[in-house]
Design a protein around this ligand. Structure first.
Ligand code: AMP
Length: 280
């Protein structure tokens, strides 16, 4: 397994691999790898001759006062896990190489970036789309794998790839959960034991909503009200949003159908966690 820190070296490797007829699969991450990331790598391993993992805590997708400085980092442990997962190249660039002095170009996807996480984190998706386009240009993947955990991010990347005619297949992967249901996230390490217990209300809300739907409730507002009541019982929980949206447009839906996705973002103390799931 190679560790590449330089943008130009990574791009050269990618060009050589493509010239040699290799298929490149790519998993972009911010590191501090967990089983969710590893499930993407496992699928990525099957999809390409050359499996590239990027580890980059991208400054442009963090807002002021967000956790950029505190974001957990452990490149040594990530390297060991990546090696076991069959990664060929870890690309871990320096911010100064990705955004050199004079950097001035950003990618903005309109519409679906404005609601949900886009509303609570202004500029977040601009940063995500900018870094993902840059990574696509550097790594030149045939296929890139993203988790459904970040449902809106996946929808935004699909939109950008389509709109910009990027020659990359975007693959969405299932949410990997802890045995008790909590969606795996690098940010789970911020939770104290009590908050960790309270955070189970996220996956429980998905189950609760599905049960309400299967018992015949299809009014989104009524369902959301029930979920709010339950989440507010957790002393450290502060709801950012609970919305029921169409899976493609991410527009709010007043009534549930087969395209309905429940999306939640809830703070537990200072830690903001997200989760989502289909309701039918
Ligand atoms: P991150 O390092 O948090 O930026 O995540 C990198 C990629 O891993 C994104 O495509 C995420 O959606 C995906 N991912 C994060 N957590 C999970 C999970 N629990 N299950 C599946 N994919 C995940």
């Amino acid at each position: 397994m190679d560790m590449i820190r330089s943008v130009s070296e990574m791009q050269q490797k990618a060009i050589s691999a493509r010239t040699a007829g290799q298929t490149i699969s790519f998993v972009p991450t911010m590191g501090f790898l967990h089983q969710g990331h590893l499930s993407l790598l496992e699928e990525g391993r099957k999809r390409g001759d050359l499996l590239v993992l990027s580890i980059f805590v991208n400054p442009t997708q963090f807002g002021q006062g967000e956790d950029f400085d505190d974001y957990p980092r452990d490149l040594q442990q990530d390297s060991e896990l990546a090696k076991k997962a069959g990664v060929d190249i870890i690309f871990a660039p320096e911010a100064a190489d990705m955004y050199p002095s004079g950097y001035a170009t950003y990618v903005d996807v309109e519409g679906i970036t404005e609601s949900l996480c886009g509303a609570s984190r202004p500029g977040h998706f601009r940063g995500v789309c900018t870094v993902v386009s840059k990574l696509f240009n550097i790594i030149q993947p045939h296929v890139a794998l993203f988790g459904n955990k970040d449902f809106q991010q996946l929808a935004v990347i699909k939109r950008m790839t389509l709109d910009m005619n990027l020659p990359v297949e975007i693959l969405g992967m299932p949410i990997f959960r802890e045995p008790d249901g909590l969606a795996m996230s690098s940010r789970n390490v911020y939770l104290n034991p009590d908050q960790r217990r309270q955070a189970l209300v996220l996956s429980q809300s998905l189950l609760q909503a599905k049960q309400l739907v299967s018992s015949g409730k299809i009014d989104s507002a009524e369902i959301i009200l029930e979920l709010q009541k339950n989440i507010k019982k957790q002393p450290d929980a502060r709801i950012d949003y609970i919305q029921i949206c169409h899976q493609l447009t991410l527009q709010d839906q007043t009534h549930i159908d087969a395209d309905s996705v429940l999306l939640l973002a809830v703070y537990f103390g200072k830690t903001r966690l997200i989760d989502n799931g289909f309701l039918m």
